[in-house]
Design a protein around this ligand. Structure first.
Ligand code: HEM
Length: 328
């Protein structure tokens, strides 16, 4: 089985239901999936590089498809928003409803265009980041039978009744494995900012207008902050362990003195820090809790990293699997 493809489908299905609502989820198998894929094509590394280097009017086929898909998706959202308003369905449990009823500080509501734009942004921001992370988590679990079994027995103990928002927090080993996956395979490898005002760091001056780049991939394996940085070692996130960084250190708020400020930044930092972090944890842990309970996965080695994609995906992402429970 291609684990990455399988998880990408699960991520888009669950994210579109939770964020965009039942209407979009029900169209996902047909029209919307094609529009989503065209929209996404505009963000491939080649298209992005071309968009960066060439003027905006250059009619690249992938960018034309992207813009058409963007308009079509917005029209679909417009219809859904209008139907919900007409039927007074404003308290649905999804992000679309949240945006439709949200107000700015001055009391004004978001326009329909802003609502649909936000929903599309949420879906795009969360899709590749979460599906790649889920896949790498699966591959890391395959490399350690002991860890995989520990996660599975924890899942079975915790969710003996049913999986809920509250008992998901009790899946501590799975949580640490996810954090460690994000340390060794942060999906966003470069965070970029334009320098608005020239400033000095040690002996270097960063001039105004220059682009400054930080790489979580590098921060996460700095010898001075991480013990055995290359090793997949989820228990380094146990808060009781001394001398090892804790998850809180990403904003410099960690209690551990050895943990450097910004040494752990898979979700970025500062004003533009990821707004989807909590949802990503919820979604990825839910998916893996169900998968570990129902299926077993095996693979002998870690896949190589595909450096051709903007988010570093696993190459040849195949696993063997078998059912542990009859399919429901
Ligand atoms: C494992 C999953 C995820 C990872 C590792 C991740 C990582 C990041 C990072 C590093 C940034 C900051 C980019 C920068 O500073 O330039 C970011 C921003 C953002 N993320 Fe995520 N993300 C994930 C999932 C999600 C999900 C599920 C959503 C939506 C539901 C989301 C929505 C956003 C948005 C809207 C921003 C822009 C925030 C802003 O500019 O103010 N992300 N994400």
């Amino acid at each position: 089985m291609n684990l990455f493809e399988f998880l990408s489908e699960l991520i888009i299905a669950t994210a579109s239901r939770c964020l965009l609502g039942a209407e979009i989820r029900s169209k996902l198998d047909s029209s919307v999936a094609k529009l989503y894929s065209d929209l996404d094509g505009g963000f491939s590394s080649v298209a992005s590089l071309a968009a960066w280097l060439l003027p905006a009017w250059v009619p690249l086929p992938s960018l034309i498809r992207r813009d058409r898909a963007h308009h079509a998706l917005k029209r679909i959202f417009q219809e859904i928003i209008e139907a919900r308003r007409k039927e007074n369905r404003l308290n649905e449990s999804d992000m679309l409803a949240t945006f439709m009823t949200a107000t700015y500080r001055n009391g004004t509501q978001l326009t329909d265009e802003q609502v649909s734009g936000m929903c599309i942004a949420m879906l795009l921001a969360g899709q590749h980041t979460s599906s790649t992370t889920s896949a790498w988590l699966g591959f890391f679990l395959c490399t350690s039978k002991q860890l995989k079994e520990k996660c599975r027995s924890e899942v079975r103990n915790v969710i003996s009744d049913s999986l809920s928002y509250d008992n998901l927090k009790e899946l501590v080993t799975l949580d640490h494995c996810l954090k460690e996956t994000l340390r060794l395979r942060p999906p966003i490898m470069t965070l970029m900012r334009r320098c608005k005002k020239s400033f000095k760091v040690n002996n270097f001056v960063v001039p105004e207008g220059h682009i400054v780049c930080v790489s979580p991939t590098v921060n996460h394996i700095l010898q001075e902050h991480w013990k055995d940085p290359e090793k997949f070692s989820p228990d380094r996130f146990e808060s009781t362990k001394e001398g090892l960084p804790t998850a809180e250190c990403n904003e410099g708020g960690g209690t551990n003195v050895k943990c450097g400020k910004y040494s752990y930044v898979p979700f970025g930092a500062g004003r533009h820090r990821c707004v989807g972090e909590m949802f990503a944890y919820l979604q990825i842990k839910t998916i893996w809790a169900v998968l570990l309970d129902e299926l077993d996965f095996e693979r002998d080695d870690l896949p190589a990293i595909n450096y051709q994609t903007m988010i570093h995906t696993p190459l040849n992402p195949l696993v063997r699997y078998r059912r542990l429970k009859p399919s429901p």
